[in-house]
Design a protein around this ligand. Structure first.
Ligand code: MSP
Length: 527
């Protein structure tokens, strides 16, 4: 992407099950990063979608007694509706059955075939249907089970096309070593380097139609379809527009290496799909002659009682149910505030309530106090903060805390440590609440000689809320817009403008609680 552009992606989700809290996390994380970059004036493209081909989908469709395409159509709508419900500001929802994507996948296969980077071979060995992965004997779990999902594996013996991944091993190692931040966090980077320390084998990139009919037919062998992971990874390229889907295998774009929105600035992934994104994907791109994405962030897992949340384990938390009780923004806040980017986090109803109480008891309370006092003492108008108050009135301390919070917020957002950025914003709300305690505006209001100090105090508090709203906008767009309206401003200002946007004389409103207290909403897990 060009300097003022930002292209980011989430994984595309399997169209075989409903979205759960884990999927919602990745997508909300992407959405907050997208909104933050838009707010900073960058032209953003935020991509998500559904992964619709392959054996997993074919089997789920069979189980439901529908055609795979029908299942994919249904699930694409389910995901789209969930993202609308969770306030996701995506720029494209890509489906691997989209016509432009199918053309791009075929063009890439043809290109790699022509180049000799794909060759015909034979595969004999173990295969896990669920993970759609081949395994060697030594990798298997007890009783011939898949080391990833624990299900029994099958023996297969079939013709396969292979990608010469081994050819690009050294170039990939060099790239990772030369770009220390390419894979974040460091622990994941080390994991990939560890994986690359041994010899890299070639990758099987086809499946015989006799076994998996539901896929993109290979341009050079109609009896085989594309391996679903190659098909899926290419979605990032399709949506970028770097390749013209109608121009055939020698289309413009391969030579240049970049164009349209390519290369992506950021791929967000879960740690479960590290190898596919940090080994398969970059080597495929190198073979295509396309630039590598600028950064890959691998986040941790949402676990329930120490077990990964997943449909197959039946322990999923439904984000939409939480949303129904607490509102979209509370779910967004919880997920991003609770999980340190890169580590695992455990979902519990108690932690949800603890995080929610920051919204109601700290931020909500601050908003309530500030708006009430302006209504009570200044007839609902934000007083000017200008200079004739006594010195030592404490407003400089709040201004300094605001400045520090902004610095910390910005640097944490830029380094994708959203949980720390949000902590900085919430800390500022705590400081503002303490400032109220120290200033005792109710006492100032009783003493006419302190009128200027009261003005300054109230003004400083509205300024502080304006800055907090700008910081929290990417995470809680709906409530922060509501907050800004209550402060009498038209729109949430950008971070750059939050400290200078005029607030004097604005009409403040009190309204209902911005974040109702927990005793006013159903507790989590009560159904
Ligand atoms: N379809 C592939 C991705 C292809 S991308 C080219 C896939 N799909 S998935 O639906 O199984 O999961 C996608 C992503 O959802 C995971 O990588 C991760 O980002 C997120 N999560 C799924 N379960 C999760 C948790 N329990 N916790 C956190 N994120 C999880 O893999």
């Amino acid at each position: 992407m060009s300097e003022d552009g930002y292209y980011l992606t989430t994984p595309i989700y399997y169209a075989s099950g409903d979205p759960h809290l884990g999927h919602a996390y990745t997508t909300i994380l992407g959405d907050a990063i997208a909104r933050y970059n838009r707010q900073a004036g960058r032209s953003v493209m935020f991509l998500t979608g559904t992964d619709e081909h392959g054996q997993k989908i074919q089997e789920e469709a069979n189980r439901r007694g529908v055609e795979p395409q029908q299942l994919a159509d249904t699930m694409a709508l389910v995901f789209q509706a969930a993202w609308t419900d969770l306030g996701i500001s995506l720029d494209r929802f890509i489906r691997t059955t989209d016509a432009d994507h199918v053309s791009v996948v075929r063009a890439v296969y043809e290109r790699l075939w022509d180049k000799g980077d794909i060759y015909e071979g034979k595969y004999e060995g173990w295969y896990c249907v669920h993970e759609e992965r081949y395994w060697t004997e030594k990798d298997l779990g007890p009783d011939h089970t898949c080391p990833d999902c624990g299900r029994p594996v099958q023996v297969i013996d079939e013709k396969n096309y292979f990608f010469r991944m081994s050819r690009y091993q050294d170039a990939l190692i060099q790239h990772i070593e030369a770009n220390p931040d390419w894979i974040t966090p460091k622990s994941r980077r080390n994991e990939v380097l560890g994986f690359l320390a041994g010899p890299l084998s070639d990758l099987s990139v086809s499946r015989p139609k006799s076994r998996v009919a539901w896929g993109i037919e290979l341009p050079f062998d109609p009896e085989h379809v594309a391996y679903v992971w190659v098909d899926a990874l290419l979605n990032y390229v399709t949506a970028s527009g770097v390749l013209d889907p109608d121009a055939g295998p020698n289309q413009a774009g391969f030579e240049e290496g970049h164009g349209g929105r390519w290369p992506a600035d950021l791929h967000l992934i879960g740690k479960d799909i590290l190898t596919t994104h940090c080994v398969y994907w970059p080597t495929l791109l190198m073979a295509c002659g396309l630039d590598l994405p600028r950064r890959v962030l691998a986040h941790g897992w949402w676990v329930v009682a120490d077990t990964k949340m997943s449909k197959s384990l039946g322990n999923v938390v439904d984000p939409l149910e939480l949303k129904g009780r607490f509102g979209t923004d509370a779910v967004r806040w919880y997920l991003l505030r609770e999980m340190p980017t890169g580590s695992d986090a455990s979902y519990t109803p108690e932690r949800f309530l603890t995080r929610y109480s920051e919204l109601s008891n700290v931020l909500g309370n601050l908003v309530h106090r500030v708006t009430s006092m302006i209504l009570k003492y200044r007839e609902g108008r934000v007083p000017g903060g200008g200079g004739d108050a006594e010195s030592g009135d404490g407003t400089e301390t709040l201004a300094r805390a605001t400045e520090e919070a902004l610095v910390s917020y910005r640097s944490n957002m830029e380094s994708l440590r959203l949980h720390d950025a949000l902590a900085a914003a919430m800390e500022l709300a705590r400081t503002a609440n303490s400032f109220i305690e120290e200033q005792e505006p109710w006492a100032l209001a009783r003493d006419p000689s302190k009128a200027a100090q009261l003005d300054q105090t109230l003004h400083a508090l509205v300024r502080c809320l304006t800055v907090i709203a700008a910081m929290l906008l990417p995470v809680m767009p709906e409530r922060m817009n509501r907050l800004i309206e209550r402060l009498g401003l038209q729109d949430v200002p950008t971070l750059a403008d939050a400290q200078s946007v005029p607030i004097n004389g604005k009409h403040v409103e009190k309204g209902d609680a911005l974040f109702p207290r927990v005793d006013q909403v159903d507790p989590v897990g009560s159904t």
